[in-house]
Design a protein around this ligand. Structure first.
Ligand SMILES: Cc1cc2nc3c(=O)[nH]c(=O)nc-3n(C[C@H](O)[C@H](O)[C@H](O)COP(=O)(O)O)c2cc1C
Length: 379
């Protein structure tokens, strides 16, 4: 893993190791992928301001978010089907994050269950909730997250309907999954991956076990989830969440100043400025472009986290300069995991930390908590 010198190199390694259908599930976006490309292009377009002859011998990238100390302002975003990228992927990811001192967010649609991750870890992790029509399911998920001592609940707001990811359809990664000749042949060329995932604790949605009668695995459960997605949820759901969840509430998928104000009015503890990594509304703004207006609308009344296109420490620095408290990483996490399991995720985190520290210092800042718009070059 030490030979991988960037997230791009981890991505290349991931591509070699996992079947194409799995790799592209992580790598690609919705429809024409305009927003997916925008997320990256917008970061590349931002110029940092190089400063010199400042004492940068003492440096720190440690911070606090939602009252908790983090070793750097980066958390692992919730990603569905993570356990298909590497055996027990969610547990491996959570352990890497824990050792590194950053939060791990477990998706409702994970392969390992809440209890699997709880049993393997010492530190509280975050749980991401999709609200389904089955209110009993939602209440049960929250109760399980409480039981597992999760420290925050992320409510994902931007996926009540799913944007179409065309590559998934072509690759047979549909609901239910379709085994095409091409992906069957592809899997045969990845025996290490296949053996690993087959030997994993689970191969279907761990949190939904026993939910669907006589569940035939991914297919039946996926159909159930698709039919269960609740398109009618509104900000009122936050009141319900508050009544059953005493901990922190984070709403993920805010891209608009108006929505940010509504989130604040609903009393959430934090929001994640996010376009779901370009996987939902194609044509939406790059997350980093939307960030300043959201930060302004929030006006410090809740914490603002950020995701979408973060692939290096310089991106983290830019997001902080635009007012984010911290970043979440989705694809970068999955590339690391697919490339090398826990060691791959650790490598990804090490790369981001080192890049952030050096780049921050070269803009003349020595403490990450002091990063602001002064690190950006005005044009
Ligand atoms: C393969 C994949 C699966 C994802 N699954 C979920 C999910 O289950 N729940 C969720 O809230 N977000 C999910 N996301 C979105 C991420 O949490 C995050 O918003 C996004 O990945 C950030 O953009 P980035 O991938 O460019 O870092 C997923 C993202 C990817 C790439």
């Amino acid at each position: 893993m030490r030979l991988c010198m960037s997230v791009a190199e981890l991505r290349a390694e991931a591509r070699r190791r996992v079947p194409r259908a799995i790799f592209e599930y992580a790598d690609r976006g919705a429809y024409d992928e305009v927003t997916l490309r925008r997320n990256r292009a917008a970061f590349d377009d931002i110029e940092l301001r190089q400063r010199v002859m400042i004492d940068i011998s003492q440096r720190s990238v440690a911070t606090t978010v939602l009252g908790q100390p983090w070793s750097m302002p980066v958390a692992i975003a919730p990603t569905g089907l993570t356990g298909l990228f590497h055996r027990n992927g969610e547990v491996e990811g959570a352990l890497a994050a824990e050792a590194f001192g950053v939060p791990f967010a477990l998706s409702t649609m994970s392969i390992c269950s809440i209890e699997d991750v709880r049993a393997a870890t010492q530190q509280p992790f975050w749980f991401q909730l999709y609200m389904l029509k089955d209110r009993g399911f939602n209440a049960d998920m929250v109760a399980r997250a409480r039981g597992a001592g999760c420290s925050a609940l992320i409510l994902t707001a931007d996926l009540v309907l799913q944007g179409v990811r065309r590559r998934d359809a072509h690759n047979g990664l549909t609901i239910p999954p379709r085994l095409t000749l091409a992906n069957a042949l592809d899997i045969m060329t990845k025996p290490t991956w296949a053996l690993g995932v087959l030997l994993g604790k689970r191969r279907t949605f761990g949190n939904l076990a026993g939910r669907v009668e006589a569940s035939g695995g991914l297919g039946t459960l996926s159909q159930w989830i698709a039919s269960q997605s609740d398109c009618s949820i509104t900000w009122k759901q936050i009141d319900w969440l508050r009544s059953v969840w005493p901990g922190k509430i984070i709403v993920k998928g805010i891209l608009d100043a108006e929505d940010a104000k509504l989130a604040v009015a609903a009393g959430v503890d934090a929001i994640v400025v996010s376009n779901h990594g370009g996987r939902q509304l194609d044509g939406a703004a790059a997350s980093i472009r939307a960030l300043p207006e959201v930060v302004e609308a929030v006006g410090g009344r809740c914490e603002v986290l950020f995701d979408g296109g973060v692939q290096c420490g310089q991106d983290v620095l830019k997001a902080l300069a635009y007012g984010a408290r911290a970043c979440l990483v989705g694809k970068a996490f999955l590339y690391g995991l697919a490339a090398g399991g826990r060691a791959g995720v650790t490598r990804m985190l090490e790369l981001l930390r080192a890049e952030l520290e050096v780049s921050m210092a070269l803009t003349g800042v020595t403490d990450v908590r002091e990063v602001d718009a002064r690190v950006l070059r005005r044009r």
